[in-house]
Write a protein that binds this ligand. Structure first.
Ligand code: PMP
Length: 404
């Protein structure tokens, strides 16, 4: 078992006071805090090896290129991709999804179907709607039930040879539901559809194995897994990445440019136009090392304890309703207190140093399903404690008595 005091000492920001109170950070679903090794690695990069990559023959450029490519190998290893060139550096999940949706514009035709789920973040809905508008394809939606689970029998009914791509999150950001993506991928493949998994909320909690899942694409962000903002990864199977056209044109992504015709570079460079977030990519590797050193089994053990304890404690509050009660979920608790707007509660507990998310969490269709404007979302990380949960429960009771 990990020592929570030692872990907390790794995160300088957790020592801060906010509004005069010790910070209690329960907004990990939005972005995680960063351990000192990650913060230090960013300054080390700029202090010691800053140079542009893949270009210069000079020593620093070589060092930066090597470090960047080493980070790609770390990610490859972490997600068990077959080849390093199937790992593309992006600016985040949103970029990765848009890259694929844009590429499918050259594949889809009118009458084809694109399938999303009722549990998606807007960034895994809107790019596909834009694709459908461009191509005349139809958007289909896998429905959800009251518990916040996707209805698998309905999914099977919706699948047909018209389905060209299915896109679903591994874990829901609003409710924490862990979707049975491996089975869903296998079913989509039976009708010949490709599958993109939005792994934004999964990678802080588990180590995805893209070959075992057999997904065609897997997108995630670095900032939710202790890495820097503006970093992310799109994994794509070689055959798909070869089939899709480049997303952006520019330097680095070409073999040869003439005014008559340009030929594109091999993978992964075909999809990596321009100067990337070099420090970010390298330090994403540092963040992955940090998480692996803690161990994902240990992380899950700590977080599952927080989920069980937090659920029990929150349900002691009269009139509190939790949304998302799937048996398989991560340490996310989305809730409302009867008769009180989530925003009002969020503002009051912020004054007490407690950071939670309030609103629709970029998942308006989920809020519409429940007929609510939004929820309060407490999303825990391995560095949170039961004592912090106790403080939140006290703060919520205070807010409740002030507002009702
Ligand atoms: N999908 C899910 C499930 C998310 O939670 C998020 C971030 N909240 C995104 C996609 C988008 O990630 P980013 O803003 O880092 O691109």
């Amino acid at each position: 078992m990990l020592d929570i005091h030692q872990i907390r000492a790794d995160f300088p920001i957790l020592n801060q006071k906010v509004n005069g109170k010790p910070l209690i950070y329960f907004d990990n679903g939005a972005t995680s805090q960063k351990p000192k090794v990650v913060i230090d690695a960013i300054s080390k990069y700029y202090n010691e090896i800053n140079a542009n990559i893949h270009r210069g023959v000079h020593t620093l450029s070589q060092l930066a290129t090597d470090a960047y490519e080493e980070a790609r190998l770390k990610v490859q290893n972490h997600i068990n991709a077959k080849h390093n060139y199937e790992v593309l550096f992006t600016s985040g999940t949103t970029f990765g999804i848009n890259l694929v949706a844009n590429g499918f514009a050259s594949i889809l035709k009118s009458g084809d179907e694109v399938m999303v789920s009722a549990l998606e973040h807007h960034s895994n809905i809107v790019p596909w709607q834009m694709l459908c508008e461009k191509t005349g394809a139809t958007l289909k939606v896998i429905p959800m039930n009251e518990n916040g689970e996707l209805i698998q029998s309905e999914y099977e009914k919706l699948l047909s040879e018209k389905t060209k791509i299915v896109t679903v999150n591994h874990i829901s950001n609003a409710l924490g539901t862990i979707n049975p993506v491996k089975q869903m991928i296998a079913k989509a493949h039976q009708v010949g559809a490709a599958v993109l998994i939005d792994g934004a909320q999964a990678v802080p909690h588990l180590k995805p194995d893209v070959q075992d899942l057999d997904c065609d694409f897997y997108a995630f962000s670095g900032h939710k897994m202790c890495g820097p903002t503006g970093t992310g990864i799109l994994y794509g199977k070689e055959e798909w990445l070869n089939k899709l056209p480049p997303y952006q044109g520019g330097g680095e992504m070409i073999k040869e440019v003439t005014f008559e015709k340009t030929t594109y570079a091999d993978l992964p460079h075909k999809f990596e136009a321009g100067t990337p977030h070099i420090a970010g990519g390298i330090v994403l590797g540092t963040a992955i090392d940090y998480l692996n050193k803690l161990g994902f089994e240990n992380i899950q053990e700590l977080e599952n304890e927080l989920l069980a304890y937090g659920t029990k404690r929150l349900l002691e509050i009269e009139g509190l309703k939790i949304y998302g009660t799937a048996p398989k979920k991560t340490a996310v608790i989305s809730f409302n207190i009867e008769g009180i707007h989530p925003y009002d509660i969020g503002s009051i507990i912020d004054k007490l140093g407690i950071a939670v998310r309030t609103g629709h969490h970029c998942t308006q269709p989920i809020m519409n399903f429940y007929g609510i404007p939004g929820t309060i979302r407490a999303s825990f990380s391995f560095y949170n404690t039961k004592e912090e949960i106790d403080s939140m429960v006290e703060a919520l009771k205070k807010a409740q008595s002030m507002l009702s």
